[in-house]
Design a protein around this ligand. Structure first.
Ligand code: MTE
Length: 317
C-alpha cells in the first residue's frame, strides 16, 4: 500500500495464538453468551471458538496453508495502525458482538441482520484461498464463510443495482487509528469503503467470511465478518463490515481516493500490469524463501476471466 508515514504505535506483546485454542476460555465464553444472550451486554464469542464448516473441495487450493501464527500477526488493518504487527497487538479493542450488517440500497427487501442471525441462514463452507496483497506477498488461508451471492439474492437486488459497496465499522473507540489525533498520519479516509460490480459480487468465488483455520475469525483478520475475493488484490477484501449497499453507480473505494493512479477500482491480480512503483510479476508466499510467479487473476482465470472479456485490463486496473 502507500509508503509508511509513521509508526503509530510501539511494538509490544503479540497475542499468543495458542490462546485461541484454549478450551477453557471457550467454555467461559460460551457460559457468558448463555447469561447475556443479546444486546449491549452480549459477550463477544472468544477468538478461537471452533467453527464447523464443510470443505468445498472444488473451490480449494491444495497448496499448504500458511502458518496460523503468520496469518494472524502479519496483517494489514489500517484502522489499528500502519505496521503489520499493529492489528494483532491492538485488535482486542474491537468488539465483534453485538454486531449488525445493514444490507440496503437498490433491493426489494432491505434488512439489518444481526450477525448471529446471519450465521444461521447459510451453511458454512471452508475454502482454501490464496490472498495476494498488492504489496507483493501472499498467504494461503483456509477461510470459513458463505457465498456473498446467497445474501445478495435474499435481499433481491432491483434492476437499478449495478454495484455493491462495503463499509467497515467507523468507531474510534474500537479502532485507534480512526481517532482524530492519529487521523492526520493516516494515508486513508475513514470509514474504509470497497466496492464491486454486481456480477463480480454474485460470482460464486466471492466469500463472506466469518472464520479461518476452523475457528471464529480473529479480530485482526476482520471479525466478525469480512469479504474475501481471491482473484483480487487483498485490499479489496474489506474487513469488519457493517453495511452492504447495492448502488447504481461505481462506488469510490478508499484506496482509489487515496491514490487513484496506484489503486484502481478493479484491482484484479495481474502480473502483466505493474503498480506504478513496483512490479507485480512475482510474489513472496509468507513462509517460503524464494519468490514465485504471480498468476493472472491469482490463478482463478478459468473461473473469473469471462467477467472481464473485452476489457482493457491496463485501463481498468
Ligand atoms: N479492511 C479494512 N477495513 N482495513 C484495512 O486496512 N486492509 C486490506 C484488507 N482489508 C484493510 C482491509 C489489505 S491491504 C489486505 S492485504 C487484507 O485486508 C489483509 O487481510 P489479512 O490481514 O486477513 O491477511
Amino acid at each position: 500500500m502507500l509508503i509508511k508515514r509513521a509508526q503509530m504505535f510501539k511494538a509490544s506483546e503479540i497475542t499468543d495464538p495458542t490462546l485461541y485454542f484454549n478450551r477453557r476460555e471457550f467454555m467461559v465464553g460460551a457460559a457468558a453468551l448463555a447469561l447475556f444472550p443479546r444486546g449491549a451486554e452480549a459477550a463477544a464469542p472468544p477468538a478461537g471458538q471452533p467453527l464447523k464448516a464443510t470443505r468445498n473441495t472444488a473451490f480449494s487450493l491444495s497448496d499448504p496453508a500458511t502458518k496460523f501464527e503468520s496469518a494472524t500477526t502479519y496483517n494489514n488493518f489500517y484502522e489499528f495502525g500502519v505496521d503489520k504487527g499493529d492489528p494483532s497487538r491492538l485488535a482486542h479493542t474491537l468488539k465483534p458482538r453485538p454486531w449488525t450488517v445493514q444490507v440496503d440500497g437498490h433491493v426489494a427487501k432491505p434488512k439489518t441482520y444481526d450477525i448471529d442471525e446471519l450465521l444461521k441462514l447459510f451453511p458454512l463452507e471452508e475454502r482454501v484461498y490464496a490472498l495476494r496483497c498488492v504489496e507483493g506477498w501472499s498467504m494461503v488461508i483456509p477461510w470459513i464463510g458463505f457465498p456473498l451471492a446467497s445474501l445478495l439474492k435474499r435481499v433481491e437486488p432491483t434492476g437499478q443495482a449495478k454495484f455493491v459497496e462495503f463499509t467497515t465499522l467507523m468507531d474510534p473507540e474500537q479502532f485507534p487509528a480512526q481517532r482524530k489525533s492519529v487521523l492526520n498520519l493516516s494515508p486513508i479516509e475513514w470509514p474504509y469503503v470497497e466496492g464491486l460490480r454486481l456480477d463480480e459480487a454474485m460470482h460464486p468465488l466471492a466469500l463472506l467470511t466469518v472464520g479461518m483455520y476452523g475457528q471464529v475469525l480473529p479480530n485482526q483478520n476482520g471479525a466478525p465478518i469480512r469479504v474475501v475475493l481471491p482473484w483480487k488484490y487483498g485490499f479489496k477484501s474489506a474487513k469488519s463490515i457493517v453495511r452492504i449497499r447495492l448502488v447504481s453507480s461505481q462506488p469510490k473505494s478508499t484506496w482509489e481516493k487515496a491514490a487513484p493512479n496506484e489503486y484502481g477500482f478493479f484491482s484484479n491480480v495481474n502480473p502483466e500490469v505493474d503498480h506504478p512503483r513496483w512490479s507485480q510479476a512475482s510474489e513472496r508466499r509468507i513462509g517460503e524463501f524464494l519468490r514465485r510467479k504471480t498468476l493472472k487473476f491469482n490463478g482463478y482465470a478459468d473461473q473469473i476471466a469471462s467477467l472481464y472479456a473485452g476489457m482493457d485490463l491496463r485501463k481498468y486496473y
